[in-house]
Structures are given as C-alpha cells and as structure tokens.
Ligand binder design. Structure first.
Ligand code: ADP
Ligand code: ZN
Length: 618
C-alpha cells in the first residue's frame, strides 16, 4: 500500500514540475497583444507583413519584425482585406503552441484530481491496513502494552470500592449468571474533566484482563446523517465478538444530549439517530453478553433521560476533584517514578493545591521535573514545585477553578454551620460527609443521608430542616461577621418548605388546615381558580412564612452561638482536611467536649490539645 502511495506522490510531483515548466514556457512564448482596432490601423498603414490565423486569434508580424497577438470578431470579413493588402496568411489549429495552451489549462484540473484520488486511497489504505490485523476494525480492542491498574488510580476511594464488584463480574460472569443475577450494563462516570474518568475505565479493563474498546462521543457525530448510527452498530458488533469486554464512551453528552423536539437542524437529527442506535444496542444484549459499557460526561444535566433508564446507564458514579488526602495519594503515585529530593514534602504540596484535579497534579509533577531538568539539577526540589504550581495556576485561573483562601474560609464556616445544626437538632438525617470541595455550581456541600425512606414528613423534621438550611448564613454571621451569596440556594429551599408547611400541609395556627396552592408556574390560572384566596389571606400567608423562617433562623443562631467553640474547631479542621465524615466529626466533638471539661476544671489543656488534632493524612 505504501508503495502505491509513494508512486502516486511521485506522479503528482512530476506533474507539478511539468506544469510549472509549461506555464513558464507559455509565458515566454506569449505575444504582446493589441486590440482589433490597433490591428486594423497597422493593417491600413500597410505595416502588416504576415498573419497566422487560429480560429479568431491572429498572430501578426509587422514591417519592423515585431510580433503581436490580436483577436478578431469576424475573420471572414477580415480575409478579403488581408488578401487585398498582400499579407501572407498562414494558420492551422494544430499549432504546437495551441496544444501547450490546452495542456496548461488541464494541468490544475489533473492535479486536483490526483491529489484527491491519492487522499482517498490513503484513507482506504489506513482502513484496510487495520483490517488486516482484525477483520473489520475501525473498532479493534485497544492494545494495552502496559495495562493500567487500580494502583495507578489514586484519590477516588469510593469509586474504586464500587467498581471492585464490576471487576468481579467481568472476571467471573458465570458465578453471577448461575445465580440468575443480571450483570449491570452501563455505568456513568460524572465529574469535571481531568478527574480520572478515562483512567478508571482503563484500570477496570486492566484489572479484569478483558478487551477495552474506547471511543469518544464526538467521534460518532458526523456530518452525514446515519454515519454515527452505523458506527455505533459496528462498534457493538465488534464488542460482542470479544465478550467479556468493556466499551468506554467518553464525552457521551455529545451523542446523548437531550433530544429537543423543536430543533430540525441536521446535526440534531444525526445525533438523535446515533443516540437511538446506542439505546437499541444497549437494550439488545442477551444476558450472556458480558459487555459493560462505561461512559463519561462532565455534563450529566444535559443527558437525555432515556439514557439513564434501568438497564442502561442506571448506575452513576460521581468522580470529584480529590480532597487533600486524595491529592497526596495521587502525588505519591507519580512521585514513585520521579527523583524527588528529600526536602520535598508532598503533604505540603497537597495542601497548597486545593481544587487541583488528578490531571493537574500529574502535570504539576511533570512540570516540576522539567524545570529541575532545565536547571541541571539531579533531583526535584521544593522551589521547582513552586514555579510549576504558578505555571499551572495561570492555566487554571482561566477556568475559574482556583479557590481563594478567603472563599475557602467562607465555605468552611458555612458548611460547618449546617453540620453542627444537623448534629444537635432533633429528628434529622445523620450526616454522611461535609466537604468544601466545589462541585459544579454549588460551593461546599453537607450530605445528609436519610436513615429510612420517609414518605410522610413530621412537622418537627421539617422545622429542623429549615433550621439546618439557615445554619450556613448564621455561622458566617456569627464567626466571620459577613453575609455572602453562598446562602442563596439554602434560602430558596427554606422558603419553599416553609410555604408548603403553611399553605399545603396545614402546619400553622393562623392558616390552619387549609390548602392554598401558591403559584408554581405553569398552570397558575387554573390553580388559582381552584384554591383561590383573598388578598387578606395572601398577606397572612406571607407573614406566616416569614415568621416560620425567621424563628428557624433564630434557633440556628442560638445553637451555633452556644456551640461556637465546636463550630470554629470544625471549620478549622474542614479547612485542613477539606472533607470530613461522620466519624471524624464525632472525634472533633469529643475533643471539644474534653477541652470544655478541662476549661471548667481550670487545667491548662495545651499539651493535651495535640492528642486531639486529627491527622490530615490519617
Ligand atoms: P477524564 O477522563 O476525567 O477527563 P483522565 O482520565 O483523562 O480524566 O485523566 C487525565 C490524566 O490525569 C490521567 O491519564 C492521569 O495521568 C491523570 N489523573 C487523573 N486523575 C487521576 C487519579 N485519580 N489518579 C492518578 N492519576 C490521575
Ligand atoms: Zn448552604
């Protein structure tokens, strides 16, 4: 194949050179042209000695031996005049110059044709070359020279935990199918770019030793309608030949974006078809086909709901940027392959890189090594890390990922406020995790897991919930004397709940057990006519909602003020550790309680304080 391409190339080169010579030759031989009027004037002056006729073109020689070219609109009318003047007439269409001129005009066309042809052959060659290796394969399983393992993936403990099961499915599918278990089909990784979604997918394949097919959603989206869909079918046909295996679709949002009915643009149509093909393929596996489809997206919000239905991507795993422990672990993975000087403290590096993703940490390490190399040092030293970090931050800043120290502090106190209240209020869901790692739009996050599925919410539970929601702002005010926009979503949720308590759930005395549905958008008119209330009632509702939220806010402030030492301690630990789970929060509370006791008994607790510090890396 390559020989053929080389031949084509040589031919093209020859033609280019030949063409250039032709053009040059033609320019050399082209006569200066004059107008027909000028020609007639010279003719009248008897200065023309000889003409050569080629169609309507005239080449003439004058008495001074000069040659010109001219164009005659009507040779027939000219002929008698030429004969009359005794001019020598020659001519003929097969003049060599004419042939050259023809060739000249043909050269560009031929060139274009040839280049085009060779390009086409090139593509076909690529295609059939891979076909030699594996029949059909635009989609060959990726060769893994050095399989990625879970040891290469750090800082995502929860995801790894969850995926161990998947590896077992792939290694021993029989064990599960004998029991009648349906092996999960699709797993969706969601998280910002560079958090290691692709790496994890590869590690699953590497750990379970199965073939790995990988494609990006954007590869499916072609200009021509139907190409994407046929590629999907092709991919799955190939995958089915290699079961058990893993198919990884990166950027699935490129094909799996919500299908909007109103859009009639071609791209949309193509995407819809591709998505449909994907859905059909996913539904069409038999239970024996152990194919696990992993997909990654950083825009889960725009995915078509059809993709998330049971039997498709019904498992979703969040992959977030790592916290300080995770960052340290990732740095350690890369440090193994690098020559670090003893003075480098990776824990310090991890602490100074809040918000960095795995990919950014990897490039931080690499950048530091490059800088050390350029300076001719034999090992990477702390100052190299400082320069590397600045360099990476310049790139990151544009993405708006960097969190200032002040913002981190705000987030820590805000989240600690929610968490302290969740601990002390009655009837609340236990805390699962507090974090100040930003995820998407929301800054920090306090996760509460409901113990049981609650269907009927008690008034006390709802009041606690509103109070917890007010805790973020309350904590910021008490500890930092500031009000920030961070509480926006909290307030919206709190007012929503309070409004429902007043209007729909009959939980306040002034309104009593009535049901007034307040505007919730679409069918406003209809609802108003069903549950109309007077202006007077409207005012009472407003006042009741306000009273409710305000009393919850007062309660939040009361508790937080009483527990301020705990609140501050918790926020400080959150600043250091970035995430805390329930257990760690309990330890911090124990320490606070101990300090209080010591304070009451008058003992100085300075030494004992040390024992109470949570290790950031532990
Ligand atoms: P994503 O698919 O989420 O955009 P990638 O998996 O492509 O991210 O990550 C890019 C690179 O960053 C990886 O090849 C790896 O070198 C590094 N990386 C990202 N996350 C991690 C991690 N958790 N542990 C180790 N390396 C990571
Ligand atoms: Zn909040």
């Amino acid at each position: 194949m390559t020989l053929f391409i080389r031949t084509i190339f040589a031919l093209v080169l020859l033609l280019v050179v030949g063409g250039a010579i032709t053009v040059f030759w033609n320019i050399e031989n082209r006569l200066p042209s004059i107008s027909y009027n000028e020609f007639l004037t010279i003719l009248d002056k008897d200065e023309v000695t000889e003409v050569r006729l080629q169609g309507n073109e005239i080449a003439l020689k004058d008495t001074f031996g000069r040659e010109f070219a001219a164009y005659s609109p009507d040779i027939a009318a000219l002929l008698p005049k030429l004969l009359d003047k005794g001019v020598i007439i020659t001519g003929g269409a097969d003049d060599s110059a004419r042939i050259w001129r023809l060739a000249e005009s043909a050269v560009p066309v031929m060139l274009i044709l040839l280049v085009w042809y060779s390009l086409l052959r090139n593509q076909a060659a690529d295609y059939s070359e891979s076909e030699d290796k594996d029949k059909h394969a635009r989609f060959a399983p990726q060769a893994m020279h050095k399989p990625v393992t879970f040891r290469d993936v750090a800082g995502v403990p929860e995801a790894k935990e969850e995926l161990l099961e998947v590896i077992d499915f792939l290694q021993r599918p029989k064990k599960y199918s004998r029991l009648g278990a349906v092996i999960p089909r699709g797993i969706l990784f969601q998280g910002p770019p560079g958090t290691g979604k692709t790496l994890i997918a590869r590690a699953i394949a590497g750990e379970s030793g199965v073939p790995f097919f990988s494609i990006s959603g954007s590869d499916f989206v072609e200009m021509f309608v139907g190409v994407g869909a046929s590629r999907v079918r092709e991919l799955f046909k190939e995958a089915k030949k290699h079961t058990p295996c893993i198919v990884f679709i990166d950027e699935i949002d490129a094909v799996g974006g919500r299908r909007s009915s109103g859009n009639i643009a071609g791209g949309q149509d193509e995407r819809g078809q591709t998505l449909n093909a994907l859905l059909v393929e996913m539904d069409g596996f038999s239970t024996d086909d152990t194919i696990i489809i992993l997909a990654a997206t950083n825009r889960p919000d725009i995915l078509d709901p059809a993709l998330l239905r049971p039997g498709r991507f019904d498992r979703q795993i969040n992959i977030l940027p790592p916290d300080v422990k995770g960052r340290l672990q990732i740095l350690q993975v890369y440090a193994q392959k690098m020559a670090l000087s003893d003075s480098v403290n990776l824990e310090k590096v991890a602490r100074s890189t809040p918000g960095f993703t795995g990919a950014e940490l990897a490039s931080l390490m690499n950048e530091a090594a490059l800088i050390a190399g350029r300076k001719g040092d034999s090992a990477i030293r702390p100052e190299h890390f400082d320069i590397a970090k600045d360099r990476i931050l310049m790139g990151v800043e544009r993405k708006g990922l960097v969190i200032s120290e002040k913002d981190r502090k705000t987030m820590a106190y805000h989240e600690a406020g929610h968490a302290v209240l969740a601990k002390f209020l009655p009837e609340t869901d236990p805390i699962h995790k507090i974090t100040i790692i930003p995820r998407g739009k929301a800054l920090g996050h306090t996760q509460q897991l409901p113990l049981t599925e609650r269907h009927a919410y008690a008034k006390e539970y709802l009041l606690s919930r509103i109070t917890i929601l007010m805790g973020g702002r309350a904590s910021e005010e008490i500890c930092l004397s500031q009000q920030t926009t961070g509480a926006e979503d909290d307030f919206r949720q709190a007012v929503d709940l309070a409004t429902k308590m007043v209007c729909q759930w009959g939980m306040t005395d002034k309104i009593g057990t009535m049901s007034y549905i307040r505007d919730d958008g679409a069918f406003l008119g209809e609802q108003l006519s069903r549950n109309a209330y007077s202006e007077e009632t409207g005012r009472i509702i407003d006042r009741e909602v306000k009273t409710l939220v305000e009393s919850c806010y007062r309660e939040a402030r009361r508790i937080l003020t009483a527990e301020q030492d705990f609140l501050v301690y918790l926020a400080d630990m959150l600043l250091v550790n970035e995430t805390l789970d329930l257990e760690e929060m309990e330890i911090i509370y124990e320490c606070t309680a101990k300090k209080r006791r010591e304070g009451a008994s008058g003992a100085s607790g300075d030494e004992k304080d040390m024992a109470c510090t949570l290790s950031a890396t532990g």
